[in-house]
Design a protein. Structure first.
Lengths: 465, 510
């Protein structure tokens, strides 16, 4: 079989690249080793975790806020099995949607493990061991990433689990330890906290979601504690053992004081590693660096016709970053010159409330010695937030002190993930905080907090504070 | 169903038209017989109407030249308009209503291009003096508009908030919509504080050069890169000088030579690199004025029987007279005594004697003028303009000098009115100020002759059998041989020479 473009991996980077290639007139194929398309994001990542998050949030509301809203029900019970079944349906629908899109765009799907024979030949080995050979002009590697295990405690997938297993548990843990207070740990930790687990987060650094603006971590800490989560910051895990019916964890804080914890499950979410195993990179002379496939600014590897995108290359491990890269490579192959502004790829944490940010953090601006202004606006002061009882959180806008240009937007609060798009748009057009302040925002909406924070950043003149 | 709209046959001998203006946008719903575009042929501007009701899909862009019969746009008949006419009409109302709504309130004043003179069919917005969203007062000058003849100022027709419709550099036909003014409620005097303070803040927010000037939008950045155009070469029309997608697309359209040039230089790359020097090209849109100049000059060459006769003038007598009286002249009249007055007066006398030179063709008739309206060519940054000294034959020297200065100054400032440039019967151009020794001027139609002045150079000439040094100026008279015969043109020029070489004759008229 002869193709213009072969994409290896069907996650959001891979399938988007394939669709864009097909749109641009390339004869395109996509290789996926699992039975369903969509990669981590659709199968065991973004989509299923959001399904669980929303289910757990509904449960939480039924148990805690309905009464206040004037809805009297008898104490609700969390049915984890049903939650997981529903999640499974959502995943299936979404994956089927990708299969449909492949068909619609006339993209051949080859199921099996893809590996290089040479730079224009790829062998696809099916589960049954049958092999097919594809010849191709260009290759886009989009093999993604896998959860990183602790060096001293591999995933046993029973008690010591990764995010994948955390989405498929048979029971609600009585006590769940989460190692790593980053995006995945906080998202899944909060799911189980809401449906009744005791959740303890152990984080090595001094802040939750440490890559984001410090204010976000602080707010999330407050909100997590309110939810009943236990958080240990600045603790290094020294040992973790599966004792059969429970796990035992030891950690040390900076002063050397030991913390001992016991729980029935431990979610290890200390990050993800790029995944290029079994790809046969040696056949084409590509060597990974810290697991990543090195690429240039055009996402080209050292081999002329081979590109790589998404989690397997440098940059944030985000589905939407991979998608942009997929589009960029496809358009480049068609002779276009697309751009990606990596600074303006938003980061999102799907806790409830959500956390979202784009641009520079305050810490980065401080470090760079930039003169900046800060505008904060709390959800508490927002009519819409009070009406729906989602008063936790704030919008924080960072703007250049001299030009008023927005340099960063950070939101923690209801619908932050959707709202951050406004920050991206404003920053792509290099809007000033006053520009946004002078745009009409519908009332009553959560977005008014964004405008108010811009007013606060412009000249400290929010209306509703 | 999609209706293809092709360029209609608009008259014999017209083979192509230029799209002057799309009055509807791509994707707009247009009603049958509604004007969707203005097309310009070399003869006239006419309107293109929609043959059906539906959604407009533009295929040829504004400024493109399209041969007769070629596809210009498509109209996708919407599902609703496929039903019988009566229903279509009922659909018209809601479709038209939103557009008409602001007008219906009576609170929006639409400002259209005024008729600025006969023969002027279009104008270009040269500058907006007020910004979109500014509060403007009745009669405030809000924009400068340029026609092929003159620049004029556009006063606001109402008090209110300015909403700019036609952007800078855009060319509009007479009657085209320039801007809208959202008329402020009540008497302006009652709410000036409120209405002016708000715009003041707006103005402060978007003053001068923004830090974001020249920043391309994401789509613009991609387009510019693909066209190999640096953002710094594009002037952004977006807020604060940002480069919009449209700017980027136009930057590409405006410099069609670029891709070709790039391709051409690639194979011969090394020598170019070795040369080291920059090889930038720059494409600028012609102004209306420039376009008119270009069109007219070519048509003069094509449509007249133009030729030039030469002579030389010994300028010594004029120069002596001038140096003798220039101080007294200045003292008395407050204006310097230049050569223009001598030439103008000499020309007027000669024109009286050789009326064909002062005449012009009008169809089968020859129009003779009993007066001399002398056009003088003035070079301005915008191009050549030719204001007219009226009844020059009856003016005194100082009046001529004053008039020359007044018109030249106005010309340079771009303030000449069309009236001041129309109706000359004869022209004088002075290439001498730039150092020209000799030239063959081009007629200023519909005039039949033009006198070219040149620099004054000391030359060895023979006088009374002796070689002497004299300040000499060569004169050139270009004329339309269709109505001016050689005898007349040559005699005219000889007469001018005689009058200048013996200025006393200017007074006596002999």
């Amino acid at each position: 079989m002869q193709y213009n473009v072969t994409v290896i991996g069907s996650g959001p980077g891979g399938y988007v690249a394939a669709i864009r290639c097909a749109q641009l007139g390339f004869k395109t194929t996509i290789i996926e080793k699992y039975d369903t398309l969509g990669g981590t994001c659709l199968n065991v990542g973004c989509i299923p975790s959001k399904a669980m998050l929303d289910s757990s949030e509904h449960f939480h509301n039924a148990a805690h806020t309905f009464k206040e809203h004037g809805i009297d029900i008898s104490a609700p019970k969390a049915n984890l099995g049903q939650m997981i079944r529903r999640k499974g349906d959502v995943v299936k629908q979404t994956c089927d949607g990708i299969a449909f899109l492949m068909k619609k765009n006339k993209i051949d799907v080859h199921t099996g493990m893809g590996s290089f024979v040479d730079k224009n030949t790829i062998k696809v080995t099916g589960k049954d061991g049958k092999e097919k050979t594809i010849t191709t002009e260009k290759v886009i590697i989009a093999t993604g990433s896998k959860p990183t295990p602790l060096p001293f405690a591999q995933f046993d997938k029973k008690r010591i689990i990764s995010s994948t297993e955390a989405l498929e548990l048979n029971e609600i843990p009585k006590h769940l330890i989460v190692i790593g207070g980053g995006v995945i740990g906080m998202e899944l930790g909060s799911v189980y906290a809401r449906i009744g687990s005791k959740v303890t987060v152990v984080e090595f650094l001094d802040s939750l979601i440490p890559t984001m603006d410090g204010t976000m971590g602080k707010e999330l800490l407050k909100i997590s504690k309110k939810l009943g989560m236990e958080v240990y910051l600045g603790h290094m895990v020294t040992s973790l053992e599966n004792k059969g019916k429970e796990v035992a964890l030891k950690a040390e804080d900076k002063s050397g004081k030991t913390l001992e914890l016991k729980a029935d499950y431990c979610l290890v979410s200390i990050g993800r590693r790029p995944y290029a195993d079994g790809l046969g990179l040696d056949k084409v002379g590509i060597e990974t660096v810290k697991g990543q496939i090195p690429v240039d600014d055009h996402l080209k590897t050292k081999v002329d016709n081979i590109y790589a995108i998404g989690d397997v290359v440098r940059g944030a491990m985000l589905a939407h970053k991979a998608e942009e890269e997929g589009v960029m490579v496809a358009e480049q192959l068609a002779g276009q010159k697309p751009h990606i502004n990596y600074l303006l790829i938003p980061g999102v944490v799907y806790t409830w409330p959500e956390v979202a940010s784009v641009g520079y953090t305050e810490e980065q601006l401080k470090q760079a010695g930039r003169a900046y202004k800060v505008g904060n606006f709390p959800y508490k002061a927002l009519g819409r937030a009070r009406a729906s009882m989602d008063t936790d959180g704030l919008v924080k806008i960072l703007a250049d002190k001299n030009t008023d240009e927005i340099l960063g937007a950070h939101i923690i609060g209801a619908r932050a993930a959707d709202m951050i798009a406004a920050g991206v748009t404003a920053m792509e057009f290099r809007a000033s905080a006053e520009d946004v302040s002078r745009m009409s925002h519908a009332h009553p909406t959560y977005m008014e907090a964004f405008k108010e924070a811009c007013l606060a950043a412009t000249a400290n003149r929010p209306i509703h504070l | 169903m999609t209706i293809q709209v092709k360029v209609p046959t608009v008259g014999e001998s017209i083979s192509e038209v230029t799209i002057a203006n799309w009055t509807k946008k791509d994707g707009d719903v247009v009603q049958m017989d509604e004007v969707i575009a203005e097309l310009e042929s070399d003869k006239a501007t006419f309107e293109l109407t929609a043959p059906k009701t539906g959604v407009l899909r533009i295929k040829k862009q504004q400024g493109e030249t399209v041969p007769i019969g070629e596809l210009i746009c498509e109209i996708e008949e919407s599902a609703g308009s496929a039903v019988p006419a009566s229903k279509t009409e009922s659909k018209v109302a809601p479709g038209a209503a939103p557009a008409a709504a602001p007008k219906a309130t009576g609170a929006v004043k639409e400002m259209k291009v005024p008729a600025v003179g006969e023969s002027i069919t279009e104008v270009t917005i040269s500058t907006w003096l007020k910004k979109d969203g500014d509060f403007v007062k009745l009669d405030d000058i809000i924009a400068e508009v340029e026609s092929d003849k003159a620049t004029f100022e556009l006063p606001a027709e109402a008090n209110g908030i300015l909403r700019i419709v036609a952007q800078k550099k855009q060319t509009l036909p007479i009657g085209g919509l320039i801007c809208k003014i959202e008329v402020m409620d009540g008497v302006p005097a009652t709410s000036p504080a409120a209405s002016t303070s708000a715009p003041a803040i707006t103005a402060a927010a978007s003053t001068d050069k923004s830090y974001a000037a020249g920043h391309p939008s994401p789509a613009a950045a991609k387009t510019l890169d693909e066209k190999d155009v640096a953002a710094s070469q594009v002037s952004g029309t977006g807020v604060g000088g940002r480069i919009t997608k449209e700017d980027a697309v136009k930057a590409q359209a405006g410099s069609p030579v670029k891709p070709e040039a790039a391709k051409a230089t690639v194979p011969s790359g090394p020598p170019v690199i070795a040369g080291g020097g920059g090889r930038n090209k720059r494409a600028e849109k012609m102004t209306s004025l420039r376009k008119t100049i270009a069109r007219r000059l070519v048509s003069v060459k094509n449509e007249t029987a133009m030729l030039t006769t030469f002579n030389e003038v010994d300028m010594k007598p004029v120069m002596e007279l001038r140096s003798k009286y220039k101080d007294k002249f200045k003292e008395k009249y407050g204006v310097g005594l230049g050569f223009m007055s001598f030439f103008t007066k000499a020309v007027c006398i000669a024109l009286k004697e050789w009326p064909a030179v002062n005449a012009q063709l009008n169809g089968d008739e020859i129009i003779y003028h009993d007066y001399c309206d002398v056009s003088i060519a003035v070079s301005t940054p915008r191009g050549l303009v030719v204001p007219v000294i009226r009844n020059a034959e009856s003016l005194t020297f100082d009046q001529v000098e004053n008039e020359v200065i007044r018109l030249a100054t106005k010309g340079r400032d771009g303030k000449l009115s069309i009236d001041e440039m129309q109706g000359g019967t004869f022209s004088i151009t002075n290439g001498g100020v730039f150092g020209s020794m000799l030239s063959t001027p081009i007629l200023n139609p519909p005039q039949s002759a033009i006198l070219g002045m040149h620099n004054i150079v000391e030359r060895a000439v023979v006088k009374d059998g002796q070689v002497v040094v004299r300040p000499i100026m060569y004169l050139a008279l270009s004329y339309d041989h269709r109505i001016v015969d050689g005898r007349e043109s040559v005699s005219f020029l000889v007469r001018v020479k005689e009058l200048l070489e013996d200025p006393g004759r200017l007074i006596l008229g002999v």
